[in-house]
Design a protein around this ligand. Structure first.
Ligand code: PPS
Length: 570
Protein backbone atom coordinates (compact mmCIF):
# COMPACT_ATOMS: atom_id res chain seq x y z
CA UNK A 1 0.00 0.00 0.00
CA UNK A 2 1.39 3.39 -1.00
CA UNK A 3 2.28 6.05 1.52
CA UNK A 4 -0.60 8.27 0.52
CA UNK A 5 -3.76 7.59 -1.31
CA UNK A 6 -4.12 9.08 -4.72
CA UNK A 7 -7.21 11.26 -4.80
CA UNK A 8 -10.21 9.87 -6.65
CA UNK A 9 -9.44 10.20 -10.34
CA UNK A 10 -5.73 10.72 -9.67
CA UNK A 11 -5.54 14.49 -9.17
CA UNK A 12 -6.67 16.63 -6.24
CA UNK A 13 -8.85 19.27 -7.87
CA UNK A 14 -8.08 22.43 -5.93
CA UNK A 15 -9.93 25.10 -7.79
CA UNK A 16 -9.00 28.35 -6.07
CA UNK A 17 -7.41 31.04 -8.23
CA UNK A 18 -4.15 32.68 -7.18
CA UNK A 19 -4.36 36.04 -5.43
CA UNK A 20 -3.97 38.29 -8.49
CA UNK A 21 -6.34 36.30 -10.68
CA UNK A 22 -8.87 36.16 -7.84
CA UNK A 23 -8.76 39.96 -7.45
CA UNK A 24 -9.30 40.35 -11.17
CA UNK A 25 -12.22 37.95 -11.14
CA UNK A 26 -13.76 39.75 -8.17
CA UNK A 27 -13.65 42.99 -10.15
CA UNK A 28 -15.13 41.30 -13.26
CA UNK A 29 -17.85 39.69 -11.15
CA UNK A 30 -19.57 43.05 -10.78
CA UNK A 31 -20.69 42.65 -14.37
CA UNK A 32 -21.94 39.08 -13.94
CA UNK A 33 -25.33 37.87 -12.88
CA UNK A 34 -25.10 36.64 -9.37
CA UNK A 35 -26.69 33.76 -7.51
CA UNK A 36 -27.06 33.72 -3.72
CA UNK A 37 -26.07 30.24 -2.66
CA UNK A 38 -28.32 28.19 -0.42
CA UNK A 39 -26.85 26.62 2.69
CA UNK A 40 -26.49 23.26 0.95
CA UNK A 41 -24.99 24.75 -2.20
CA UNK A 42 -22.41 26.60 -0.13
CA UNK A 43 -21.39 23.34 1.54
CA UNK A 44 -21.18 21.58 -1.83
CA UNK A 45 -19.21 24.43 -3.36
CA UNK A 46 -16.68 24.42 -0.55
CA UNK A 47 -16.17 20.67 -1.09
CA UNK A 48 -15.80 21.16 -4.85
CA UNK A 49 -13.33 24.02 -4.50
CA UNK A 50 -11.03 22.43 -1.92
CA UNK A 51 -10.86 19.09 -3.71
CA UNK A 52 -12.94 17.04 -1.28
CA UNK A 53 -15.22 16.20 -4.24
CA UNK A 54 -12.34 15.41 -6.66
CA UNK A 55 -12.62 14.68 -9.56
CA UNK A 56 -15.52 17.18 -9.81
CA UNK A 57 -14.57 20.56 -11.20
CA UNK A 58 -17.94 22.19 -10.83
CA UNK A 59 -21.64 21.48 -10.57
CA UNK A 60 -22.59 18.50 -12.76
CA UNK A 61 -23.96 19.01 -16.24
CA UNK A 62 -27.04 17.16 -17.40
CA UNK A 63 -25.23 14.22 -19.01
CA UNK A 64 -23.07 13.59 -15.93
CA UNK A 65 -26.09 13.99 -13.67
CA UNK A 66 -27.99 11.36 -15.63
CA UNK A 67 -25.02 9.03 -15.63
CA UNK A 68 -24.55 9.47 -11.85
CA UNK A 69 -28.24 8.85 -11.22
CA UNK A 70 -28.49 5.78 -13.41
CA UNK A 71 -25.07 4.18 -13.04
CA UNK A 72 -23.43 5.85 -10.04
CA UNK A 73 -20.71 6.91 -12.46
CA UNK A 74 -19.55 10.06 -14.16
CA UNK A 75 -19.39 9.86 -17.94
CA UNK A 76 -15.65 9.22 -17.57
CA UNK A 77 -16.77 5.94 -15.95
CA UNK A 78 -15.38 6.98 -12.56
CA UNK A 79 -17.52 5.93 -9.63
CA UNK A 80 -19.55 8.86 -8.20
CA UNK A 81 -22.84 8.07 -6.47
CA UNK A 82 -24.45 11.41 -5.61
CA UNK A 83 -25.43 14.13 -8.13
CA UNK A 84 -24.01 17.50 -7.12
CA UNK A 85 -26.16 20.18 -8.75
CA UNK A 86 -26.70 23.89 -8.65
CA UNK A 87 -30.46 24.35 -8.40
CA UNK A 88 -31.84 27.79 -9.27
CA UNK A 89 -35.23 29.40 -9.75
CA UNK A 90 -36.83 29.46 -13.19
CA UNK A 91 -36.74 33.23 -12.96
CA UNK A 92 -32.95 33.26 -12.54
CA UNK A 93 -32.43 30.65 -15.25
CA UNK A 94 -34.62 32.51 -17.71
CA UNK A 95 -32.12 34.95 -19.09
CA UNK A 96 -29.05 32.70 -18.68
CA UNK A 97 -27.04 31.55 -21.68
CA UNK A 98 -24.46 28.85 -22.27
CA UNK A 99 -20.92 30.14 -21.81
CA UNK A 100 -22.12 32.96 -19.56
CA UNK A 101 -20.23 33.51 -16.30
CA UNK A 102 -22.13 33.92 -13.07
CA UNK A 103 -20.88 34.79 -9.62
CA UNK A 104 -21.83 32.56 -6.71
CA UNK A 105 -22.23 34.46 -3.47
CA UNK A 106 -22.45 33.47 0.16
CA UNK A 107 -25.08 34.74 2.60
CA UNK A 108 -23.21 37.99 3.17
CA UNK A 109 -22.91 38.65 -0.56
CA UNK A 110 -19.24 37.73 -0.81
CA UNK A 111 -18.29 36.20 -4.17
CA UNK A 112 -17.01 32.70 -3.44
CA UNK A 113 -16.67 31.38 -6.99
CA UNK A 114 -17.37 32.02 -10.64
CA UNK A 115 -19.28 29.44 -12.65
CA UNK A 116 -19.21 29.20 -16.44
CA UNK A 117 -22.59 27.96 -17.58
CA UNK A 118 -22.40 24.72 -19.54
CA UNK A 119 -26.06 23.79 -19.63
CA UNK A 120 -29.42 24.55 -18.03
CA UNK A 121 -32.27 22.10 -17.64
CA UNK A 122 -35.51 21.51 -15.83
CA UNK A 123 -35.40 18.69 -13.36
CA UNK A 124 -37.59 15.63 -13.03
CA UNK A 125 -37.42 15.48 -9.25
CA UNK A 126 -39.34 12.26 -8.79
CA UNK A 127 -37.02 10.50 -11.18
CA UNK A 128 -34.00 11.82 -9.28
CA UNK A 129 -35.56 10.78 -5.96
CA UNK A 130 -36.14 7.24 -7.19
CA UNK A 131 -32.65 6.84 -8.60
CA UNK A 132 -30.68 8.41 -5.77
CA UNK A 133 -32.77 7.53 -2.73
CA UNK A 134 -34.68 4.53 -4.07
CA UNK A 135 -37.96 6.13 -3.01
CA UNK A 136 -40.13 9.13 -3.60
CA UNK A 137 -41.58 9.14 -0.08
CA UNK A 138 -41.25 12.58 1.44
CA UNK A 139 -40.47 11.02 4.81
CA UNK A 140 -36.98 10.50 3.45
CA UNK A 141 -35.12 13.72 4.33
CA UNK A 142 -33.20 13.67 1.03
CA UNK A 143 -36.43 13.39 -0.93
CA UNK A 144 -38.10 16.03 1.22
CA UNK A 145 -35.23 18.41 0.46
CA UNK A 146 -35.39 17.65 -3.23
CA UNK A 147 -39.15 18.09 -3.53
CA UNK A 148 -39.74 20.96 -1.15
CA UNK A 149 -36.53 22.95 -0.86
CA UNK A 150 -34.47 22.49 -4.03
CA UNK A 151 -35.28 24.79 -6.94
CA UNK A 152 -36.66 23.44 -10.21
CA UNK A 153 -33.88 24.22 -12.67
CA UNK A 154 -30.29 22.95 -12.61
CA UNK A 155 -27.30 24.81 -14.00
CA UNK A 156 -24.20 22.79 -14.83
CA UNK A 157 -20.72 24.21 -15.25
CA UNK A 158 -17.15 24.41 -14.03
CA UNK A 159 -16.21 26.73 -11.19
CA UNK A 160 -13.14 28.62 -10.11
CA UNK A 161 -12.74 29.71 -6.51
CA UNK A 162 -12.29 33.37 -5.65
CA UNK A 163 -12.50 33.29 -1.87
CA UNK A 164 -12.98 30.34 0.48
CA UNK A 165 -16.28 30.42 2.41
CA UNK A 166 -15.77 32.02 5.80
CA UNK A 167 -16.18 30.06 9.03
CA UNK A 168 -15.97 31.82 12.36
CA UNK A 169 -16.15 28.66 14.46
CA UNK A 170 -13.52 25.99 15.18
CA UNK A 171 -11.14 27.42 12.60
CA UNK A 172 -8.23 25.30 13.73
CA UNK A 173 -10.22 22.10 13.30
CA UNK A 174 -11.30 22.72 9.71
CA UNK A 175 -8.97 21.29 7.08
CA UNK A 176 -8.96 21.05 3.32
CA UNK A 177 -7.82 17.73 1.83
CA UNK A 178 -4.31 19.05 1.19
CA UNK A 179 -4.06 20.46 4.72
CA UNK A 180 -5.07 17.14 6.22
CA UNK A 181 -2.75 15.25 3.92
CA UNK A 182 -0.02 17.62 5.12
CA UNK A 183 -0.84 16.80 8.74
CA UNK A 184 -0.68 13.05 8.09
CA UNK A 185 2.64 13.50 6.32
CA UNK A 186 4.04 15.54 9.20
CA UNK A 187 2.90 12.94 11.72
CA UNK A 188 4.28 10.13 9.58
CA UNK A 189 0.87 8.47 9.38
CA UNK A 190 0.84 6.13 6.41
CA UNK A 191 -2.36 4.28 7.18
CA UNK A 192 -5.35 6.24 8.37
CA UNK A 193 -8.80 4.92 9.23
CA UNK A 194 -11.55 7.55 8.93
CA UNK A 195 -14.58 7.58 11.18
CA UNK A 196 -17.60 9.49 9.90
CA UNK A 197 -20.22 10.75 12.33
CA UNK A 198 -23.06 13.24 12.74
CA UNK A 199 -23.82 12.37 16.35
CA UNK A 200 -22.08 12.87 19.66
CA UNK A 201 -19.68 9.99 20.29
CA UNK A 202 -20.08 7.76 23.31
CA UNK A 203 -18.09 4.77 24.60
CA UNK A 204 -19.36 2.38 21.90
CA UNK A 205 -18.16 4.73 19.15
CA UNK A 206 -14.83 5.22 20.84
CA UNK A 207 -14.39 1.45 21.19
CA UNK A 208 -15.46 0.76 17.64
CA UNK A 209 -13.27 3.41 16.03
CA UNK A 210 -10.23 2.57 18.11
CA UNK A 211 -10.55 -1.15 17.37
CA UNK A 212 -10.96 -0.41 13.67
CA UNK A 213 -7.68 1.49 13.69
CA UNK A 214 -5.92 -1.00 15.93
CA UNK A 215 -6.95 -4.04 13.90
CA UNK A 216 -5.65 -2.40 10.75
CA UNK A 217 -2.46 -1.15 12.42
CA UNK A 218 -3.48 2.32 11.41
CA UNK A 219 -4.03 5.73 12.93
CA UNK A 220 -7.48 7.19 13.36
CA UNK A 221 -9.14 10.27 11.94
CA UNK A 222 -12.38 11.34 13.60
CA UNK A 223 -14.03 13.18 10.73
CA UNK A 224 -17.45 14.45 11.81
CA UNK A 225 -19.83 16.26 9.51
CA UNK A 226 -20.50 19.83 10.61
CA UNK A 227 -22.25 21.04 7.46
CA UNK A 228 -25.85 19.94 7.13
CA UNK A 229 -27.01 16.78 8.86
CA UNK A 230 -30.46 15.50 9.77
CA UNK A 231 -33.11 17.72 11.25
CA UNK A 232 -33.24 17.16 14.99
CA UNK A 233 -29.56 16.23 15.27
CA UNK A 234 -27.51 17.70 18.11
CA UNK A 235 -26.07 21.02 16.88
CA UNK A 236 -22.50 20.86 15.67
CA UNK A 237 -21.16 23.37 18.24
CA UNK A 238 -22.12 21.05 21.07
CA UNK A 239 -20.93 17.99 19.19
CA UNK A 240 -17.51 19.43 18.45
CA UNK A 241 -17.00 20.27 22.14
CA UNK A 242 -17.89 16.62 22.83
CA UNK A 243 -15.47 15.35 20.16
CA UNK A 244 -12.69 17.40 21.70
CA UNK A 245 -13.39 15.64 24.98
CA UNK A 246 -13.48 12.15 23.51
CA UNK A 247 -10.16 12.73 21.78
CA UNK A 248 -8.56 12.57 25.22
CA UNK A 249 -9.84 9.00 25.64
CA UNK A 250 -7.66 7.59 22.87
CA UNK A 251 -4.05 6.66 23.47
CA UNK A 252 -1.84 9.64 22.75
CA UNK A 253 -0.57 10.15 19.20
CA UNK A 254 -3.02 7.67 17.75
CA UNK A 255 -5.98 9.83 16.81
CA UNK A 256 -6.77 13.21 15.33
CA UNK A 257 -9.92 15.26 14.77
CA UNK A 258 -10.91 17.32 11.75
CA UNK A 259 -14.29 18.78 10.77
CA UNK A 260 -15.97 18.21 7.42
CA UNK A 261 -18.34 20.86 6.08
CA UNK A 262 -20.39 18.37 4.11
CA UNK A 263 -24.12 18.61 3.44
CA UNK A 264 -25.34 15.05 4.00
CA UNK A 265 -28.11 13.54 1.87
CA UNK A 266 -28.97 10.55 4.08
CA UNK A 267 -28.74 8.34 1.01
CA UNK A 268 -27.62 5.25 2.98
CA UNK A 269 -25.69 2.87 0.69
CA UNK A 270 -24.91 5.43 -2.02
CA UNK A 271 -23.90 7.90 0.65
CA UNK A 272 -21.47 5.38 2.19
CA UNK A 273 -19.60 5.17 -1.12
CA UNK A 274 -19.61 8.94 -1.41
CA UNK A 275 -18.27 9.32 2.13
CA UNK A 276 -15.52 6.81 1.37
CA UNK A 277 -14.43 8.62 -1.79
CA UNK A 278 -14.36 11.95 0.05
CA UNK A 279 -12.14 10.44 2.79
CA UNK A 280 -9.84 9.04 0.13
CA UNK A 281 -9.46 12.59 -1.18
CA UNK A 282 -8.42 13.61 2.32
CA UNK A 283 -5.66 10.98 2.22
CA UNK A 284 -7.27 8.22 4.29
CA UNK A 285 -6.63 4.57 3.49
CA UNK A 286 -9.56 2.99 5.33
CA UNK A 287 -13.14 3.95 6.01
CA UNK A 288 -15.45 2.63 8.71
CA UNK A 289 -18.98 1.75 7.67
CA UNK A 290 -21.12 0.72 10.59
CA UNK A 291 -24.72 -0.29 10.96
CA UNK A 292 -27.25 1.80 8.99
CA UNK A 293 -24.64 4.22 7.63
CA UNK A 294 -26.14 7.65 6.79
CA UNK A 295 -29.57 6.19 7.46
CA UNK A 296 -32.63 8.38 6.87
CA UNK A 297 -34.84 6.79 9.54
CA UNK A 298 -37.94 4.79 8.75
CA UNK A 299 -40.84 4.89 6.34
CA UNK A 300 -44.31 5.71 7.69
CA UNK A 301 -45.00 1.95 7.86
CA UNK A 302 -42.11 1.55 10.30
CA UNK A 303 -39.86 -0.26 7.81
CA UNK A 304 -36.37 1.19 7.33
CA UNK A 305 -35.56 2.75 3.94
CA UNK A 306 -32.41 0.65 3.69
CA UNK A 307 -31.34 -2.58 5.37
CA UNK A 308 -28.96 -2.15 8.33
CA UNK A 309 -25.94 -3.55 6.47
CA UNK A 310 -26.92 -2.55 2.91
CA UNK A 311 -24.38 0.29 2.92
CA UNK A 312 -21.58 -2.14 3.77
CA UNK A 313 -22.69 -4.48 1.00
CA UNK A 314 -22.77 -1.81 -1.69
CA UNK A 315 -19.42 -0.44 -0.55
CA UNK A 316 -17.90 -3.93 -0.60
CA UNK A 317 -19.10 -4.39 -4.17
CA UNK A 318 -17.19 -1.32 -5.30
CA UNK A 319 -14.28 -1.46 -2.89
CA UNK A 320 -11.80 -2.69 -5.51
CA UNK A 321 -12.24 0.40 -7.65
CA UNK A 322 -12.61 2.83 -4.77
CA UNK A 323 -9.15 2.13 -3.43
CA UNK A 324 -10.06 3.02 0.14
CA UNK A 325 -10.58 -0.09 2.21
CA UNK A 326 -13.87 -0.83 3.82
CA UNK A 327 -13.76 -1.44 7.55
CA UNK A 328 -17.17 -2.94 8.19
CA UNK A 329 -18.33 -2.76 11.75
CA UNK A 330 -21.17 -4.44 13.52
CA UNK A 331 -23.04 -2.62 16.22
CA UNK A 332 -21.09 -2.60 19.52
CA UNK A 333 -22.93 -3.76 22.62
CA UNK A 334 -21.90 -3.58 26.26
CA UNK A 335 -21.45 -6.94 27.96
CA UNK A 336 -22.07 -6.46 31.64
CA UNK A 337 -20.37 -9.62 32.91
CA UNK A 338 -17.22 -8.80 30.94
CA UNK A 339 -17.49 -5.06 31.63
CA UNK A 340 -16.53 -4.37 28.03
CA UNK A 341 -17.88 -3.68 24.56
CA UNK A 342 -18.19 -6.48 22.02
CA UNK A 343 -19.41 -6.44 18.39
CA UNK A 344 -22.92 -7.83 18.37
CA UNK A 345 -21.98 -10.73 16.06
CA UNK A 346 -19.34 -11.87 18.56
CA UNK A 347 -21.71 -12.17 21.49
CA UNK A 348 -22.61 -15.54 23.01
CA UNK A 349 -25.74 -16.55 24.93
CA UNK A 350 -23.98 -16.39 28.31
CA UNK A 351 -23.26 -12.68 27.87
CA UNK A 352 -25.43 -10.16 29.67
CA UNK A 353 -25.89 -7.49 27.02
CA UNK A 354 -26.83 -3.87 27.59
CA UNK A 355 -27.70 -1.25 25.01
CA UNK A 356 -29.32 2.15 25.00
CA UNK A 357 -30.85 3.10 21.66
CA UNK A 358 -30.55 6.62 20.23
CA UNK A 359 -34.15 7.47 21.04
CA UNK A 360 -33.86 6.06 24.57
CA UNK A 361 -30.75 8.18 25.06
CA UNK A 362 -32.60 11.30 23.90
CA UNK A 363 -35.48 10.46 26.22
CA UNK A 364 -33.16 10.20 29.20
CA UNK A 365 -31.51 13.48 28.27
CA UNK A 366 -34.84 15.27 27.85
CA UNK A 367 -36.20 13.90 31.11
CA UNK A 368 -32.98 14.56 33.01
CA UNK A 369 -32.66 10.84 33.84
CA UNK A 370 -29.46 9.01 34.69
CA UNK A 371 -27.17 8.04 31.83
CA UNK A 372 -24.91 5.22 33.02
CA UNK A 373 -21.13 5.39 32.93
CA UNK A 374 -20.88 2.27 30.80
CA UNK A 375 -22.73 4.14 28.07
CA UNK A 376 -20.83 7.41 27.96
CA UNK A 377 -18.23 9.59 29.63
CA UNK A 378 -19.42 12.01 32.34
CA UNK A 379 -17.65 14.96 30.62
CA UNK A 380 -19.64 14.32 27.45
CA UNK A 381 -22.95 14.00 29.23
CA UNK A 382 -22.21 17.21 31.12
CA UNK A 383 -21.54 19.01 27.82
CA UNK A 384 -24.76 17.69 26.29
CA UNK A 385 -26.84 18.56 29.35
CA UNK A 386 -25.68 22.18 29.16
CA UNK A 387 -27.31 22.70 25.77
CA UNK A 388 -30.00 20.06 26.04
CA UNK A 389 -31.38 20.41 29.56
CA UNK A 390 -34.34 18.31 30.70
CA UNK A 391 -37.66 19.27 29.22
CA UNK A 392 -38.82 21.14 32.33
CA UNK A 393 -35.92 23.56 31.84
CA UNK A 394 -36.44 23.94 28.10
CA UNK A 395 -38.75 26.47 26.47
CA UNK A 396 -42.28 25.68 25.35
CA UNK A 397 -45.11 27.19 23.36
CA UNK A 398 -48.68 26.62 24.50
CA UNK A 399 -50.74 27.43 21.46
CA UNK A 400 -54.49 27.91 21.95
CA UNK A 401 -56.77 27.84 18.93
CA UNK A 402 -60.55 28.18 18.69
CA UNK A 403 -63.39 30.41 17.59
CA UNK A 404 -63.84 33.97 18.74
CA UNK A 405 -65.55 33.89 22.13
CA UNK A 406 -64.64 30.23 22.69
CA UNK A 407 -62.85 31.09 25.94
CA UNK A 408 -59.23 30.97 24.71
CA UNK A 409 -58.16 34.26 26.26
CA UNK A 410 -59.84 33.62 29.59
CA UNK A 411 -58.22 30.19 29.96
CA UNK A 412 -54.88 31.51 28.68
CA UNK A 413 -54.96 34.26 31.31
CA UNK A 414 -55.78 31.81 34.09
CA UNK A 415 -52.98 29.54 32.87
CA UNK A 416 -50.53 32.44 32.77
CA UNK A 417 -51.23 33.25 36.41
CA UNK A 418 -50.90 29.62 37.48
CA UNK A 419 -47.56 29.28 35.68
CA UNK A 420 -46.31 32.48 37.32
CA UNK A 421 -47.44 31.18 40.69
CA UNK A 422 -45.42 27.99 40.14
CA UNK A 423 -42.40 30.14 39.27
CA UNK A 424 -39.02 29.30 37.79
CA UNK A 425 -39.94 30.16 34.20
CA UNK A 426 -40.53 33.38 32.30
CA UNK A 427 -43.97 33.43 30.67
CA UNK A 428 -45.22 35.67 27.86
CA UNK A 429 -48.84 35.92 26.78
CA UNK A 430 -49.44 36.54 23.08
CA UNK A 431 -53.21 36.94 23.11
CA UNK A 432 -55.06 37.43 19.81
CA UNK A 433 -56.34 40.91 20.62
CA UNK A 434 -53.05 41.96 22.19
CA UNK A 435 -51.02 40.88 19.17
CA UNK A 436 -53.35 42.68 16.80
CA UNK A 437 -52.75 45.89 18.76
CA UNK A 438 -48.97 45.57 18.65
CA UNK A 439 -47.31 43.11 16.27
CA UNK A 440 -50.03 43.04 13.61
CA UNK A 441 -51.76 46.41 13.91
CA UNK A 442 -51.89 46.93 10.15
CA UNK A 443 -53.47 43.56 9.37
CA UNK A 444 -57.07 42.70 8.59
CA UNK A 445 -58.86 39.34 8.48
CA UNK A 446 -58.27 38.07 4.95
CA UNK A 447 -56.75 34.58 4.72
CA UNK A 448 -53.42 36.12 3.77
CA UNK A 449 -53.44 38.56 6.70
CA UNK A 450 -54.56 35.95 9.21
CA UNK A 451 -51.74 33.66 8.09
CA UNK A 452 -49.21 36.45 8.33
CA UNK A 453 -50.48 37.25 11.80
CA UNK A 454 -50.13 33.63 12.94
CA UNK A 455 -46.66 33.27 11.43
CA UNK A 456 -45.55 36.39 13.29
CA UNK A 457 -46.92 34.96 16.53
CA UNK A 458 -45.14 31.70 15.70
CA UNK A 459 -41.86 33.45 15.09
CA UNK A 460 -41.99 35.35 18.38
CA UNK A 461 -43.11 32.22 20.23
CA UNK A 462 -40.27 30.18 18.76
CA UNK A 463 -37.75 32.82 19.86
CA UNK A 464 -39.20 32.80 23.39
CA UNK A 465 -39.10 29.00 23.35
CA UNK A 466 -35.52 28.93 22.10
CA UNK A 467 -34.48 31.05 25.04
CA UNK A 468 -36.12 28.79 27.59
CA UNK A 469 -39.32 30.77 28.23
CA UNK A 470 -42.94 29.78 27.92
CA UNK A 471 -45.03 31.49 25.24
CA UNK A 472 -48.79 31.28 25.71
CA UNK A 473 -50.49 32.17 22.40
CA UNK A 474 -54.24 32.60 22.00
CA UNK A 475 -55.24 33.56 18.46
CA UNK A 476 -58.11 32.06 16.48
CA UNK A 477 -55.56 30.57 14.02
CA UNK A 478 -58.22 29.12 11.74
CA UNK A 479 -55.96 27.50 9.11
CA UNK A 480 -54.42 24.06 9.53
CA UNK A 481 -51.37 24.55 7.31
CA UNK A 482 -50.35 27.72 9.11
CA UNK A 483 -50.73 26.09 12.51
CA UNK A 484 -48.57 23.24 11.21
CA UNK A 485 -45.88 25.71 10.12
CA UNK A 486 -45.86 27.26 13.59
CA UNK A 487 -45.58 23.82 15.16
CA UNK A 488 -42.60 23.00 12.93
CA UNK A 489 -40.90 26.30 13.74
CA UNK A 490 -41.28 25.80 17.49
CA UNK A 491 -40.46 22.10 17.55
CA UNK A 492 -37.03 22.87 16.17
CA UNK A 493 -36.21 24.65 19.42
CA UNK A 494 -38.47 23.19 22.10
CA UNK A 495 -41.87 21.81 22.97
CA UNK A 496 -45.07 22.76 21.14
CA UNK A 497 -48.46 22.02 22.65
CA UNK A 498 -51.66 22.81 20.83
CA UNK A 499 -54.75 23.40 22.94
CA UNK A 500 -57.99 23.36 20.99
CA UNK A 501 -60.75 25.25 22.77
CA UNK A 502 -63.55 23.42 21.03
CA UNK A 503 -66.57 25.42 22.21
CA UNK A 504 -69.18 25.01 19.41
CA UNK A 505 -70.17 27.96 17.27
CA UNK A 506 -73.76 28.08 18.64
CA UNK A 507 -72.42 28.44 22.17
CA UNK A 508 -69.90 31.16 21.20
CA UNK A 509 -72.64 32.98 19.34
CA UNK A 510 -75.09 32.66 22.22
CA UNK A 511 -72.50 34.06 24.62
CA UNK A 512 -71.42 36.78 22.15
CA UNK A 513 -69.46 38.59 24.83
CA UNK A 514 -68.14 41.27 22.51
CA UNK A 515 -71.31 41.56 20.43
CA UNK A 516 -69.29 40.66 17.34
CA UNK A 517 -71.43 37.71 16.23
CA UNK A 518 -74.53 39.92 16.12
CA UNK A 519 -72.65 42.43 14.02
CA UNK A 520 -71.33 39.69 11.75
CA UNK A 521 -74.85 38.29 11.25
CA UNK A 522 -76.04 41.77 10.44
CA UNK A 523 -73.30 42.03 7.82
CA UNK A 524 -71.55 44.84 9.69
CA UNK A 525 -68.36 42.77 10.09
CA UNK A 526 -67.18 40.79 7.08
CA UNK A 527 -65.05 37.63 6.99
CA UNK A 528 -66.00 36.71 10.54
CA UNK A 529 -64.71 33.29 11.59
CA UNK A 530 -67.50 30.74 11.80
CA UNK A 531 -70.03 33.02 10.08
CA UNK A 532 -68.66 33.84 6.64
CA UNK A 533 -65.08 32.69 7.11
CA UNK A 534 -63.76 29.17 7.74
CA UNK A 535 -62.35 27.54 10.87
CA UNK A 536 -60.48 24.31 10.16
CA UNK A 537 -60.68 22.04 13.20
CA UNK A 538 -57.26 20.84 14.43
CA UNK A 539 -56.44 17.17 13.93
CA UNK A 540 -53.40 17.05 16.13
CA UNK A 541 -54.18 19.02 19.28
CA UNK A 542 -52.45 17.72 22.40
CA UNK A 543 -55.31 19.01 24.57
CA UNK A 544 -58.96 19.62 23.70
CA UNK A 545 -61.04 21.76 26.07
CA UNK A 546 -64.80 21.97 25.96
CA UNK A 547 -65.80 25.04 27.95
CA UNK A 548 -69.36 23.79 28.24
CA UNK A 549 -68.08 21.18 30.64
CA UNK A 550 -65.19 22.98 32.32
CA UNK A 551 -64.83 26.38 33.96
CA UNK A 552 -61.80 28.45 32.83
CA UNK A 553 -60.11 27.77 36.15
CA UNK A 554 -60.56 24.00 35.87
CA UNK A 555 -59.49 24.09 32.24
CA UNK A 556 -56.27 25.87 33.23
CA UNK A 557 -55.76 23.30 35.98
CA UNK A 558 -56.21 20.45 33.50
CA UNK A 559 -53.58 21.98 31.26
CA UNK A 560 -51.17 22.32 34.19
CA UNK A 561 -51.62 18.61 34.98
CA UNK A 562 -51.02 17.70 31.36
CA UNK A 563 -47.86 19.85 31.28
CA UNK A 564 -46.62 18.05 34.38
CA UNK A 565 -47.32 14.67 32.78
CA UNK A 566 -45.43 15.69 29.68
CA UNK A 567 -42.48 16.85 31.76
CA UNK A 568 -42.79 20.46 30.57
CA UNK A 569 -43.14 21.69 34.15
CA UNK A 570 -42.02 20.04 37.36
S1 PPS B 1 -56.61 35.21 13.49
O1 PPS B 1 -57.57 34.64 12.52
O2 PPS B 1 -56.01 34.18 14.30
O3 PPS B 1 -55.63 36.06 12.83
O4 PPS B 1 -57.48 36.12 14.46
P1 PPS B 1 -56.98 36.83 15.81
O5 PPS B 1 -55.69 37.53 15.59
O6 PPS B 1 -56.98 35.82 16.91
O7 PPS B 1 -58.04 37.92 16.06
C1 PPS B 1 -59.29 37.57 16.45
C2 PPS B 1 -59.93 38.67 17.28
O8 PPS B 1 -60.23 39.77 16.44
C3 PPS B 1 -61.61 40.13 16.58
N1 PPS B 1 -62.18 40.13 15.22
C4 PPS B 1 -62.40 39.05 14.42
N2 PPS B 1 -62.28 37.71 14.61
C5 PPS B 1 -62.58 36.91 13.59
N3 PPS B 1 -63.00 37.30 12.37
C6 PPS B 1 -63.15 38.64 12.14
N4 PPS B 1 -63.54 39.05 10.94
C7 PPS B 1 -62.83 39.56 13.18
N5 PPS B 1 -62.86 40.92 13.27
C8 PPS B 1 -62.45 41.23 14.51
C9 PPS B 1 -62.22 39.17 17.56
O9 PPS B 1 -62.46 39.95 18.71
C10 PPS B 1 -61.19 38.14 17.87
O10 PPS B 1 -60.91 38.04 19.25
P2 PPS B 1 -61.24 36.73 20.13
O11 PPS B 1 -60.44 36.91 21.38
O12 PPS B 1 -60.79 35.50 19.36
O13 PPS B 1 -62.70 36.77 20.35
Amino acid sequence: MGAFKEPHGGVLKELYLGETAAEEEKANAREYKSWDLTERQLCDLEMILNGAFSPLEGFLNEADTRSVMEKMRLRSDLLWPIPINLDVTEEFADGLGTGERISLRDREGVVVAILTVEDIWKVDKLEEANFVYGTELEDHPGVDYLLHHAHDVYVGGKVVGVEPPTHYDFKLLRDSPSELRGRFRKLGWRKVVAFQTRNPMHRAHQELSFRAAHENEANLLIHPVVGMTRKGDIDHYTRVRCYEKILEKYPEQTTTLSLLNLAMRMAGPREAIWHGLIRKNFGCTHFIVGRDHAGPGSRPDGQPFYGPYEAQELYAKHEHEMDISLVPFQQMVYVENLAQYVPVDKTTPDMRIKTITGSEFRRRLSEGLEIPDWFSYPEIIEELRKMYPPRHEQGATLFFTGLSGSGKSTIANALLVKLLELGGRRVTLLDGDLVRKNLSSELGFSKEHRNLNILRIGYVASEITKHGGIAVCAPIAPYRTTRRKVRQMVEEVGTFIMIHVSTPLEVCERRDRKGLYAKARAGLIKEFTGIDDPYEEPETAEIVIDTQKLSPELAAQRIIVKLENMGVIK
